[in-house]
Design a protein around this ligand. Structure first.
Ligand SMILES: NC(=O)C1=CN([C@@H]2O[C@H](COP(=O)(O)OP(=O)(O)OC[C@H]3O[C@@H](n4cnc5c(N)ncnc54)[C@H](O)[C@@H]3O)[C@@H](O)[C@H]2O)C=CC1
Ligand SMILES: CC(=O)C(=O)O
Ligand SMILES: [Mg+2]
Length: 564
């Protein structure tokens, strides 16, 4: 068996059964005869020395014999926890089939059942009680350099609410996407869950629950705890890229504001979602032969994602020539109590920014004094409807039909996850609009067959964006994630929209092109980082080399022995 010769060997201090227990290093039956001899593995493995492709075939055979999504998820996670190179080889090879099993929708159920299906350690759990020894805990995680961290406190997991430490499924899944789609080595990633308690009664009364069984720490104590966490991260890994994920609305924006100028970080639900949605909308506008600045955009769900997307679209429209005022006048934010307007009390500061002048919309009110979605559709005649409410079936037939009557080719984006919480199914939207609507969803949906045509439904999910941002940040050694970098990512996504070959062609590149897409996004993001003065200047050639250097492929390396 020829050893991988393209890369220099790795020097490994482990041998025997211990080496087989290190997921990042284990090669299983692919250890060569020399390695088996030198690393005391003889007799510990069956005779045949296999290639990663042969191992992948066996794993896929075993995977295919499982029937339920959860069994498949558990199986894939078990491979990740025993042989990470094989896991990523499998994932990249069968990305379209496996992404929905390690990510949305299955990851939602995996978070809900996290304590029941728990098997082996992965990532770090940092308890509120451990707040004065976070530095020590971080060092327990790994002695390696950490380049990307995804952190959650589990309070708003997809649209499923508080999952406590079960939320860990999300950082694990997101980082798997960084590696599978963005070429970030899993050796340099770390999923973290902050355990500050849990307010989900069902979970903390479940005897299986493995987290802290007490109400969530809130207020100043919570922010002091996160401050300590951030300080410990900055001390140990000052150049890390930190992604905030699935924090609940009261904390998501305040945490981002608190730390965005302190370390290289971003909030994926606010900023990653904004970038992917802008890219998707730009692609849809190209298809309609219109500018983004011409659209009237209605959001249902004025939370972290909704307001994050809206602010980012305002920046794009300004780049297209509108003033901030003009751009905001094209945005309509509907939350539980109807359209956000300036007379409402109790709005969060980021919602106030997007509230409509109450005098201007006074005629829109219904008998209860509120302005429900239907009234907004009637009066504002939106061309785009974005669902980020976490509420299944919120878009009603009458509303979508009215949109299609008022404007040509309405753009309808039910973005809530997982699939069971989508505001509408693509099948319904296509039928209600007689095939006119341009649709993309947060979770994957099968193509829709309607009147002899096939409509492909692209997945407008931040997973299209953050792997490329991560690669771009690492390659350019960026110190911050700027608004310009996010805009560059959106534009690259829109520019990669496939040629229209037929009605119903997908808006976004297919998943099997996502690795290439990530490299394109990385290039533009890195260049923008340089222009924004947050990254070291490099020539195009040096940047390309830096991307190649960071980019990790799931292939085995040759090992040489060294002492600890
Ligand atoms: N496709 C994607 O890439 C992403 C999708 N999402 C999804 O978006 C949803 C919301 O996420 P966040 O904004 O972070 O949560 P959030 O909790 O900050 O916001 C949700 C908002 O929806 C509002 N809402 C609830 N019921 C409503 C109703 N009947 N009518 C109008 N508004 C209603 C809530 O009051 C809240 O303001 C989740 O389901 C999440 O999975 C979030 C991030 C990325
Ligand atoms: C996709 C994602 O980040 C979410 O639904 O929260
Ligand atoms: Mg999220």
């Amino acid at each position: 068996m020829p050893e991988a010769e393209s890369k220099r060997p790795l020097y490994i201090p482990y041998a025997g059964p211990v080496l087989l227990e290190v997921p990042l290093l284990n090669k299983g039956s692919a250890f060569t005869a020399r390695e088996r001899r030198e690393f005391n593995l003889e007799g510990l493995l069956p005779h045949c020395i296999e290639t990663i492709e042969e191992q992948r075939d066996r794993a896929y055979l075993q995977f295919s014999e499982l029937t339920s999504r959860m069994e498949k998820h558990i199986y894939l996670r078990s491979i990740q926890d025993t042989n990470e190179t094989l896991y990523y080889s499998l994932l990249t090879h069968y990305l379209e089939e496996m992404l929905p099993l390690i990510y949305t929708p299955t990851v939602g159920e995996a978070c809900q059942k996290f304590s029941q299906i728990y098997r082996r350690k992965r990532g770090l759990f940092i308890n509120y009680e451990d707040r004065d020894k976070i530095d020590r805990i971080l060092r327990n995680a790994t002695r390696k350099r950490v380049s990307v961290i995804v952190v959650t406190d589990g309070e708003r997991i997809l649209g499923l609410g508080d999952q406590g430490i079960g939320g860990m499924g999300i950082p694990i899944g997101k980082l798997a996407i960084y590696s599978a789609c963005g070429g970030i080595s899993p050796a340099n990633t770390l999923p973290i869950t902050l355990d500050v308690g849990c307010d989900n009664e069902r979970l903390i009364n479940d005897p299986m629950y493995m987290g802290k069984r007490s109400p969530r720490i809130r207020g100043e104590a919570y922010f002091e705890f996160v401050d300590k966490f951030i300080k410990a991260i900055k001390d140990l890994w000052p150049n890390v890229l930190l992604q905030f994920e699935d924090f609940a609305q009261p904390n998501a924006m305040p945490l981002l504001k608190r730390y965005r100028d302190e370390l290289c970080c971003f909030n994926d639900d606010i900023q990653g979602t904004a970038a992917v949605t802008a890219g998707t909308l730009l692609a849809a506008c190209q298809r309609k032969g219109q500018a983004l600045a011409e659209q009237r955009i209605c959001f249902v769900g004025a939370g972290s994602a909704g307001c994050g997307i809206a602010e980012h679209l305002v920046a794009h429209m300004q780049a297209e020539g509108l003033s901030a005022e003009e751009a905001k006048s094209r945005i309509f934010m509907v939350d539980k109590d109807g359209l956000l307007s300036t007379d409402m009390t109790g709005l969060r500061d980021f919602q106030e920014e997007l509230a409509r002048d109450s005098a201007e919309v006074s005629e829109w009110r219904d008998d209860s004094g509120k302005i429900p979605l239907m009234k907004v559709i009637e009066h504002a005649k939106p061309t785009v409807l974005v669902g980020v409410s976490g509420q299944f079936g919120l878009f009603k037939e009458s509303q979508i039909r009215l949109m299609a009557k008022q404007v040509s080719r309405p753009i309808i984006l039910p973005l809530s996850n997982p699939t069971t919480l989508a505001e509408a199914t693509p099948q319904d939207v296509i039928e209600w609009t007689q095939g006119e609507a341009i649709v993309a969803t947060g979770s994957p949906f099968a193509p829709v067959a309607y009147k002899g045509r096939t409509y492909h439904v692209s997945q407008c999910n931040n997973s299209y964006i953050f792997p490329g941002i991560g690669l771009g940040v690492l390659a350019s050694k960026a110190k911050r994630v700027t608004e310009g970098m996010l805009i560059a990512a959106s534009r690259t996504l829109a520019d990669s929209s496939p040629e229209v070959t037929s009605v119903g062609a997908p808006l976004l590149p297919a998943l099997d092109e996502i690795r290439n897409l990530s490299r394109l996004i990385a290039r533009r993001v890195a260049k923008q980082a340089m222009q924004d003065g947050v990254a070291r200047e490099r020539t195009d050639l040096a940047l390309e080399k830096a991307i190649d250097k960071v980019y990790w492929e799931p292939q085995y390396r040759s090992y040489q022995r060294t002492s600890l």
